[in-house]
Design a protein around this ligand. Structure first.
Ligand code: URA
Length: 308
């Protein structure tokens, strides 16, 4: 895994704007304005009010800084009608306010505000996954730099270990925690007793909890007392309650994946910044998972414009 690992102390800022090889595939053909307008969510093309052409930063510069590729690549994406600003297809010459405008590529919003931080922490057992704890227990925010201030995305029980994202990107935070997006999370649980195929079948089918049936989960057993479980609902103490419901209480619980984010070599209590590719993958995952959950899109449907 790339990136610097840290135990406390100040973090590396995200890399500055740089010219690189194209990472978003650019179509050979540039659509005509009519084609562009057809694929817009609202049916509208950015009419580019005069202020949008004179005020703010050039869209291609903002896109390049967000890691979409070089400015040239960003220009090609704009020219191809694949970039939207506030829901409308943008035209070359468009300027934006990176702190206010919602910029998206192929419908996937990308973080453009400067000073965004995305810390991936390996939370140790006994640390509370909130910004503050009224009981005075150690919290996850004490394990990462205080500036910029980041907050944990979602929850992990005090006894749960493993990957936790902390960020000051409000948009991404909202989408990662809102139930309609439901990004996959994978856990490794050591459980009491030996797991049998019937136990895994129950977990896959969904189990009855006091707040309702769980959605079908992915379940496998790498060892008799070990469970690998992938869920996307994020209910309170869900994995522990699911294991309890099938008669195998959890002894130890570790989160091993958040959507596309994995890192098996980050020591407990350490954190690192996400790479730009990881931030982009996460941004794509929230859109894709939402489409999957809405039954509109299946993993592998990667041609053309997604989610339209
Ligand atoms: N499920 C749980 O039971 N606990 C966690 O911390 C996360 C998921």
């Amino acid at each position: 895994m790339t990136g610097t690992r840290h135990r406390g102390g100040a973090g590396d800022p995200r890399p500055a704007d740089e010219d690189g090889e194209p990472e978003w595939p650019v179509p050979a053909k540039t659509p005509t304005p009519d084609e562009t307008a057809e694929t817009d969510e609202t049916g509208e093309t950015d009419a580019a009010e005069p202020a949008e052409l004179f005020e703010g930063e050039r869209l291609q510069k903002v896109l390049a800084r967000a890691g979409v590729g070089s400015r040239r690549v960003a220009e090609d994406l704009i020219d191809a009608g694949r970039v939207q600003v506030n829901g409308k297809v943008a035209v070359l010459g468009r300027r934006v306010d990176p702190e206010q405008d919602v910029v998206a590529v192929d419908g996937t919003p990308i973080g453009t505000a400067q000073g965004l931080a995305y810390r991936l922490l390996n939370k140790p057992r006994g640390v509370v996954a909130t910004a503050e704890d009224p009981e005075g227990r150690p919290t996850v925010v004490q394990l990462v730099p205080t500036e910029p201030r980041v907050v944990p995305v979602g929850r992990l029980d005090v006894d749960t270990e493993g990957l936790l994202l902390l960020t000051n990107d409000g948009q991404l935070h909202h989408r990662l925690t809102h139930p309609s997006f439901g990004v996959e999370k994978e856990y490794l649980a050591e459980v009491e007793g030996e797991l049998w195929p019937k136990d895994l079948r129950k977990l896959r089918a969904g189990v009855e909890l006091e707040d309702g049936m769980t959605a079908p989960a992915k379940a496998s057993s790498p060892a008799p007392n070990l469970l690998k479980l992938t869920v996307h609902e994020g209910r309170n103490r869900q994995v522990r309650r699911m294991c309890e419901a099938i008669g195998h209480p959890v002894v130890r619980l570790v989160r091993t994946r958040i959507g596309p984010l994995v890192d098996g070599s980050l020591p407990p209590g350490s954190w690192r910044d996400l790479t730009r590719d990881e931030v982009r993958a996460l941004e794509r995952a929230v859109v894709e998972e939402k489409a999957v959950n809405a039954g509109k899109w299946r993993p592998g449907d990667v041609t053309g414009r997604r989610n339209r």
